[in-house]
Design a protein around this ligand. Structure first.
Ligand code: 13P
Length: 254
C-alpha cells in the first residue's frame, strides 16, 4: 500500500517560531502514532525552509516542500529563488501552478512548464496544481480546461519525469470557500486526468501517478475525499496552519 499523501500548504502564514512549533508538534504526534500509512509534506515559506528542515528526522514520514520556484536555473532575478537553492536547503517537493500563482501572479502555461522542468532538473518533485474557475464548471467546460492545463505544462515530460510529478486537482472555487465538488465530480476529474496520461503515455503510468484533491479540506471531510477512487491524498490550506485543525485532520485519516 502506498502511503496517503497529506501536503500542508501554509501559504503566507506563520512566523518562524510558529512554524517551528507546529513542526515540533507534528513530530511528537508522528512519534506516538508509529504509522507508515501517511506521508506528510510541509510547505512553509521560503525563508523558513532551512529552519524547518533542521527539525526533520529521516525516520519520520515528514518531508519538506516549497510553495514556488523560479523557472530559470540562475541569473539576475532579484528576489527570486531557484530550484537549485531549494534542493540545497533539503527541499524534496515544490508546488507549481497553484491557482494563487496562476491568478495573482499571472503565471501562464509556458512559465509553469519551465518551472516543472527546473524542479525536475534538481531532483525536486513538482506538485502540479490544476483546477477550474467556477464559470468553467457551470459551462461544463471544466474537463477541457484541466486537460489544457496538463497538456501545456506537463505532457512534454518523458515518462520517467512524469512519474516524479504529483498532480493536485484543486478547483479554484473550492479553495478557501467551504464549497466543494461532490464525490462523483472529483472522481470524474481524477479519471479524466488519468485518461489523458494513459493516452499520452501508458495505462500503467496513468495508474501510478499520485493524484491529490485540494480545496476546503478539513478534519470533517478529509475521509470523504480519500474514499474517492483515484484520490491518493489531499493538499490542505487553511486546515494545515494550526495544530488544533491539522492534528484532528491527520487523526481522521488514520
Ligand atoms: P484551503 O484548504 O484553504 O481551501 O486551500 C487549499 C489550497 O489552496 C491548498 O493549496
Amino acid at each position: 500500500m502506498k502511503p496517503i499523501l497529506i501536503a500542508a500548504n501554509w501559504k503566507m502564514h506563520k512566523t518562524l517560531s510558529e512554524g517551528q512549533e507546529l513542526t515540533s508538534t507534528l513530530i511528537n504526534w508522528l512519534r506516538r502514532q508509529k504509522t507508515s500509512e501517511l506521508q506528510i509534506i510541509l510547505l512553509p515559506s521560503f525563508i523558513h525552509l532551512t529552519a524547518i528542515h533542521s527539525l526533520l528526522a529521516s525516520d519520520l514520514p515528514l518531508a519538506l516542500g516549497a510553495q514556488n520556484c523560479h523557472d530559470k536555473a540562475s541569473g539576475a532575478f532579484t528576489g527570486e529563488v531557484s530550484s537549485a537553492m531549494l534542493a540545497s536547503a533539503g527541499v524534496q517537493y515544490v508546488l507549481v501552478g497553484h491557482s494563487e500563482r496562476r491568478g495573482v501572479y499571472q503565471e501562464d502555461h509556458e512559465v509553469l512548464a519551465a518551472k516543472v522542468d527546473a524542479a525536475l532538473a534538481e531532483g525536486i518533485r513538482p506538485i502540479f496544481c490544476c483546477g477550474e474557475p467556477s464559470h468553467e464548471r457551470t459551462q461544463h467546460t471544466h474537463e477541457a480546461y484541466i486537460v489544457k492545463q496538463l497538456e501545456k505544462s506537463l505532457l512534454h515530460l518523458s515518462p520517467a519525469q512524469l512519474a516524479q510529478v504529483i498532480i493536485a486537482y484543486e478547483p479554484v472555487w473550492a479553495i478557501g470557500t467551504g464549497h466543494i465538488p461532490d464525490a462523483d465530480a472529483i472522481a470524474a476529474m481524477q479519471k479524466s486526468i488519468r485518461a489523458v496520461i494513459a493516452r499520452r503515455y501508458t495505462p500503467s503510468l496513468a495508474e501510478d501517478v499520485r493524484l491529490l484533491y485540494g480545496g476546503s479540506c478539513n478534519a470533517q471531510n478529509v475521509q470523504s475525499f480519500l474514499a474517492i477512487e483515484g484520490v491518493d491524498g489531499v493538499l490542505v490550506g487553511n486546515a494545515s496552519v494550526q495544530a488544533k485543525d491539522f492534528l484532528p485532520l491527520l487523526e481522521a485519516v488514520l
